[in-house]
Structures are given as structure tokens and as C-alpha cells.
Design a protein around this ligand. Structure first.
Ligand SMILES: Nc1ncnc2c1ncn2[C@@H]1O[C@H](COP(=O)(O)OP(=O)(O)OP(=O)(O)O)[C@@H](O)[C@H]1O
Ligand SMILES: [Mg+2]
Length: 659
């Protein structure tokens, strides 16, 4: 639409009409307008050119007029034909036609003269005058075809700038951010997407039995509802790291075939106060929509710690999150078939309100597996690995007390890596043995230069340990001893530990004695001692101190608890309780006495068996490693088969599997 038409009002000024949006006030508008006007004024500079005739054009018109002045017309010959001349001619009825352009320039046709060029004021009045005269008028499209842009662009720009400002301000206030942050970060696995089943979890039979009930509830909730039974809403899986808590939770989801929301406690925690609570709300809202379902909160201690013990004092973000969690767990009625599973290594730090009936009312302990459990775990993880028929997984299970599922999985993986490295087609028992030692002690360090004297000391030291292990009545027997350095040890004796629930006093005493026997052998044989027994003393002292302070095994101190184990599943060490300096001295005395007594015992043992020791040590140095059975033979005075060519070392330089 030509701009002349567009004006359409009784405004004679050539200036552009004032746009309605200018009337509004306010800082944002002003800024938006300023910016948009700046842009628009640039884009309109071409338009301005059209409204005012260019000097060049005028000059051209002048020249033309000068050349052929036409008698009869209002403009005298030789002068410019002006707008007033035109209006005069129009009035006189001499004009027969007019071609008008958008910028006001026009070609005028006359009855009796040659056409003329004129520039008319581009306003509404001109137009109405022309129309009133009845002269045939032809209006050409004025300006550029994009003229409409000039009217729309400012509006669009203003809206755009406003939108940007709006977003920025919301971001700065943090209010809008919370809406985004407040979304729960849970991963949602839809029905049947979790492929883990109870068959993939071994060794946690009791825990599984508890969870089977939950699965049954999720599958047939009506059965329980009709009997008015209230199934526990919350089940807390507790146990040491790597014992399979997360795996069990996944297995429940896999078995129950319901949607599974998995989130970690730390996913709730954010710098901004209130975000965690918003996430909890969001999580439960989502879960309620998908019920029946399972919500699994891993490492719940990140949000579930006791209130009031926060380091930042009272009402911090974590507490708000916890409060929201407590509220939400109260919130669902029995029609919401949602089971909340949570896992933690630290049930002791959880808030009491979280653990009361109605919330996490059931605790399922997923402890380190026993020997049978370890064997089944090994079997599960060996399913996809080609094992040599010689691999005895039950033996491996016996050699790995205290190891949890994650350790065993890692052990088999190490074995597979070693087998691949040495080009075996199948994993051999040797690979598994090596992998176990590697996991426990670090890689072998065969390249380490050890002189003969050092090696002799190491050999006597290790045989000393082995002697005590084999001869003391309650000690764990020898599994393996070696003088090949590994990790930080120059050599080691590995006992075949038994799984025990209770340790009776003689067992503990023998454990201390075995730990000290290395040093005793050094002293008896060389008359001097070395620095090699540091770790042994730590072990011995540890046991002795616990006997005195936690297990009430000291006559003098009696049956009092003088230390507590804070983090039962994490092995964080003992925290001394409060006691007087007097008691502290007695504890120290009792500990040293206990150790001294055991040291005397092993000194005697080594002296009595010195001839055997002198026979076994050279054999150990020659063979580098003796297995438990071989050691027994030597100790009984027997002889071993002649050493066949030693196999090449498994872990030479570098390697795939680091320490
Ligand atoms: N009982 C088990 N049976 C089979 N595999 C197991 C078992 N326990 C652990 N594993 C293996 O160890 C891995 C780690 O276990 P998981 O993540 O469940 O440990 P977790 O108890 O959750 O440990 P954390 O407390 O450190 O989170 C599993 O992926 C699995 O391969
Ligand atoms: Mg876990």
C-alpha cells in the first residue's frame, strides 16, 4: 500500500504518523522502543528519500522545464512547474490526467500542452483535492515493495526485545529458574524396560525374600487391599558398598514389571534453597500418575541425614528437602500403590523420622556375602566368560572372604583381562589367582631389583608368618606365600580366611600372633630387626585395641564400651568414647601387654621350629611362591616335586589393568 494512502488522515505534515505504541510508558517499553526505533530509522532511510524529491530529480525537472517552456500553462516559460502552478491548472480545468507516485511526484497531462513533471505535497489534502477535481488519477505503487515492513518491523522488534528482557529478568530473580530446577531428575524406566531379575542377584537370599513380597504386592495389589493389609511404603536397603543394593532395587523393578523411577539422593541437592523440596514434590507427582510403580532413591543419606546436625546450622536446603520427603511419604494413601526403595551405606546417620513406621518402615540388610554367596556371585559373573575347566570357583570363593559382589565382579574381569593379555583362549585358574592378588595387593613388581640379603629377610619374615598360621591352633591356615614384591609389599603370606560371625578370644589372639610372627622370625634368625613389619604391627594393634575397648576382653577395664564404630558398613574406624586419662593409660597398657604376650608366644614357636624354617626358606626363594599345600608338605618334612620350567610372568611391564 502506498504511503500516501496509508496516512489517510487530515495531517498535512510530511512526518510519519506517531505510532500508537509510543504512548505507553515504562522503562522496558522505552528501552525496547529506543532500540527498535534505532533499527527502524536505519531501514527507513530509503523511505525518507522517497518522500522528499531528490535534489538530482528536481534539477533534472528544472532543466527539462527550462528547455521547453510551454505557453498557456500556469508556469511561465523557463521557470519550474510548481505545485501551485499545477493547482492553478487543475482549477482551470486544463489538466486531463495525472499519474501520481508514492513520493508525491507526478506526471501531469494537459489538453493542449506537453505533459509536465511536478512534485506535490504528499498529504491527504492533496489527494482529496485531486479526487474532488474528478481528473482521471492513476496512483503508482509508491516506494519499495517492502514498505509494509517498515510499519510491522518496529512492532516485531519491540515484542522480541520485550521477550528477551522478560526472560533475563526472570532468570535474574531466580524465580523462573526454580520452575526448571524444580523438575525431578529421576530416570524413568517404563514397564518391563528393566531387564535385571532376581536371578541376577546372588547371595542375598534373605534380602530377596523380603523383596519378593513387595513384588507380589505390585503385581496383585487387590489381594492385599481386600484383606486390609498395609504393605510397607518404604523399604530401606542397607549394607556395605558394592554388596548389590542398587542391583536388588533394579531387580525388584524388573520382576514387578512396573514403571521404575530411579534417582540419587544427591540429585535433589542444589545450591538454591527450596529446589530440592520442589524436586521431591515433582518426583512424587509423577510417580502418583504412574502408580503402581517403584521409586528408588539411591544413596539416600545425601538428603536423609539427621536434622539439626547440618554444618550450616538450622534450616538449610537439605533439611527442607528432607521435610518435603517426609511430607510426601505421609501423603500417599493406600490407593497410591507406590513403593519407595532407598539404599544407603549409613543407616546410622538417617533421620529418625524417616525410619519410623509409615515411612521407611522396613530395613533390608544386604550384607557382604558368605562363602556360598560368593560362589554363586562368581558363577553369575562367569556366565559370559569362557572359563577353563580347571577353574575352581568354590576355591576362589573361599579365598575371598570379606569381598562383596562388586569386588568379585571386578576380580573376574581382571582375570579376563589378564587372560586376554597373555593370549589365552580361556580364563585359567592362574589368571584368577593372579587377579585376586592383584585386586587385594596391587600388581606384581617383578622388575624391582632386590638383593639377595633383602630377599632372604623377606623369605624368613613370610615363612615366620606361615609357620604361625599353620601351627597355632586357631589361626587361619596358609593359602599362599611369596617373595615376589607386589603393590607396596616385598612379599606376603595370604591366609585362607574363614567366614566367622563371632570371633572368640583365642582366635583373635592367634590372629595377633600370626601378624607378629614375621618380626619374631627376623629377630630369632638375624638377631636384628628391619622396617618390614610396619603393617603387621598396625594389624596386631588394631585387633588388640578393639579387644580392649569395644569387645570388653580386658580383665582390668571390664565390660565397658570405650569406643564406637560410627559407620558400621564403611569401616570408618573406631571413634574413642569419652574416658579419663587414667582409663586411657590403662587401655594403652592392656594393648601393649596383649601384644607382648603374643610376641613371646611366637618367639618360642619360631625357636622351636628353627630347623624347619631353615629348610623352607631356601625352597621359597628358589620357587618364589609356595601354595598352602606345598608349605604343609615342607613343614611336615616332605619334599616337593622338582620345579618345572616356570611360566612366564603374568604382569610384566605396564598392562591393561592397573593396580
Ligand atoms: N549379590 C550380587 N550378585 C551379583 N552381582 C552383584 C551382587 N552384588 C554386587 N554385584 C555386582 O556389583 C555391582 C555393584 O553393585 P551395586 O551397585 O548394587 O552395589 P551397591 O550395594 O549399590 O553399592 P553402593 O553402596 O556403593 O552403592 C553390580 O552391578 C553387580 O555387578
Ligand atoms: Mg548403590
Amino acid at each position: 500500500m502506498p504511503s500516501l494512502h496509508a496516512s489517510g488522515q487530515n495531517d498535512t505534515s510530511p512526518a510519519r504518523p506517531v505510532p500508537p505504541w509510543r504512548i505507553r510508558s515504562g522503562a522496558r517499553w522505552t528501552l525496547a522502543l529506543a532500540l527498535s526505533l534505532a533499527c527502524v530509522s536505519f531501514s527507513l532511510s530509503a523511505g525518507a528519500e522517497q518522500v522528499q524529491p531528490t535534489p538530482a530529480k528536481t534539477a533534472q525537472a528544472q532543466a527539462q522545464q527550462t528547455q521547453d517552456g510551454q505557453p498557456g500553462l500556469a508556469g511561465a516559460a523557463g521557470t519550474v512547474y510548481t505545485a501551485s502552478d499545477f493547482f492553478a491548472d487543475l482549477k482551470a480545468g486544463r489538466v486531463t490526467g495525472l499519474t501520481l507516485e508514492g513520493d508525491g511526484s507526478a506526471n501531469v497531462n494537459f489538453q493542449d500542452a506537453r505533459p509536465q513533471f511536478v512534485v506535490l505535497p504528499p498529504d491527504a489534502q492533496t489527494l482529496s483535492t485531486l479526487r474532488a477535481s474528478g481528473v482521471p488519477l492513476k496512483v503508482l505503487g509508491g516506494g519499495s515493495p517492502f514498505d509494509w515492513l517498515s510499519s510491522v518491523l518496529p512492532l516485531v522488534l519491540a515484542v522480541l526485545i520485550l521477550a528477551v528482557l522478560w526472560r533475563t529478568m526472570r532468570g535474574a530473580q531466580g524465580g523462573g529458574g526454580a520452575a526448571q530446577f524444580g523438575r525431578s531428575k529421576a530416570t524413568v524406566h517404563s514397564e518391563g524396560q528393566v531387564k535385571v531379575s532376581f536371578a541376577d542377584v546372588a547371595g542375598a537370599d534373605e534380602a530377596k525374600a523380603d523383596l519378593v513380597e513387595v513384588v507380589d504386592f505390585l503385581k496383585h495389589p487387590e489381594r492385599y487391599h481386600t484383606l486390609g493389609a498395609r504393605i510397607p511404603h518404604g523399604i530401606l536397603l542397607v549394607g556395605p558398598p558394592g554388596s548389590g543394593k542398587t542391583l536388588l532395587a533394579r531387580a525388584v523393578a524388573g520382576e514387578a514389571k512396573v514403571p521404575y523411577f530411579s534417582i540419587s539422593g544427591s540429585d535433589f541437592v542444589e545450591m538454591f534453597v527450596g529446589v530440592g523440596a520442589a524436586r521431591v514434590r515433582d518426583l512424587f507427582e509423577q510417580a502418583k500418575k504412574q502408580a503402581p510403580c517403584i521409586v528408588f532413591i539411591d544413596e539416600i543419606d545425601a538428603v536423609g541425614r539427621k536434622r539439626g546436625s547440618g554444618m550450616n546450622g538450622g534450616n538449610d536446603e537439605r533439611e527442607q528437602t528432607l521435610n518435603q520427603l517426609l511430607v510426601e511419604m505421609d501423603g500417599f494413601q493406600s490407593q497410591h500403590d507406590i513403593i519407595i526403595l532407598a539404599a544407603t551405606n549409613r543407616p546410622d546417620v538417617l533421620d529418625a523420622a524417616l525410619l519410623r513406621p509409615g515411612r521407611f518402615d522396613r530395613q533390608v540388610v544386604v550384607d557382604a556375602p558368605d562363602v556360598r554367596g560368593r560362589e554363586t556371585i562368581l558363577k553369575i559373573h562367569a556366565r559370559k566368560k569362557p572359563l577353563d575347566p580347571g577353574v575352581d570357583l568354590s576355591m576362589v570363593a573361599r579365598q575371598t572372604p570379606g569381598m562383596v559382589g562388586a569386588d568379585l565382579e571386578n576380580l573376574l574381569n581382571e582375570a579376563a583381562l589378564l587372560a586376554a593379555k597373555s593370549g589365552h583362549k580361556r580364563i585359567t585358574m592362574r589368571d584368577v589367582d593372579e587377579a585376586r592378588d592383584r585386586v587385594l595387593m596391587g600388581p606384581e613388581r617383578r622388575s624391582m631389583v632386590i638383593n639377595d640379603a633383602d630377599r632372604r629377610v623377606t623369605a624368613y619374615h613370610e615363612v615366620g608368618h606361615a609357620l604361625a598360621a599353620q601351627l597355632l591352633p586357631h589361626a587361619d591356615r596358609v593359602s599362599k606365600l611369596t617373595v615376589v614384591p607386589r603393590g607396596r609389599a616385598a612379599g606376603y603370606m595370604m591366609p585362607l580366611r574363614e567366614d566367622r560371625v563371632h570371633y572368640v578370644r583365642p582366635v583373635l589372639e592367634d590372629m595377633i600372633a600370626v601378624a607378629l610372627a614375621g618380626r619374631a622370625a627376623e629377630q630369632v634368625v638375624f638377631g636384628a630387626v628391619t622396617t618390614g613389619a610396619q603393617n603387621d604391627f598396625q594389624q596386631a594393634t588394631n585387633i588388640a585395641r578393639r579387644m580392649v575397648t569395644t569387645w570388653g576382653m580386658s580383665e582390668r577395664l571390664g565390660k565397658v564400651s570405650l569406643a564406637s564404630d560410627e559407620s558400621a558398613y564403611l569401616g570408618g574406624g573406631m571413634q574413642p568414647a569419652q574416658y579419663s586419662q587414667q582409663t586411657a593409660r590403662v587401655i594403652d597398657e592392656e594393648v601393649s601387654q596383649l601384644i607382648a604376650r603374643q610376641y613371646e608366644r611366637v618367639l618360642t614357636l619360631v625357636r622351636e621350629n628353627l630347623p624347619r624354617l631353615h629348610v623352607i626358606v631356601p625352597e621359597l626363594i628358589r620357587r618364589e611362591t609356595l601354595m598352602g599345600a606345598e608349605f604343609s608338605v615342607l613343614l611336615a618334612g616332605g619334599e616337593l616335586d622338582e620345579l618345572i620350567i616356570p611360566e612366564p610372568p603374568l604382569s610384566g611391564t605396564g598392562g591393561l589393568a592397573g593396580a
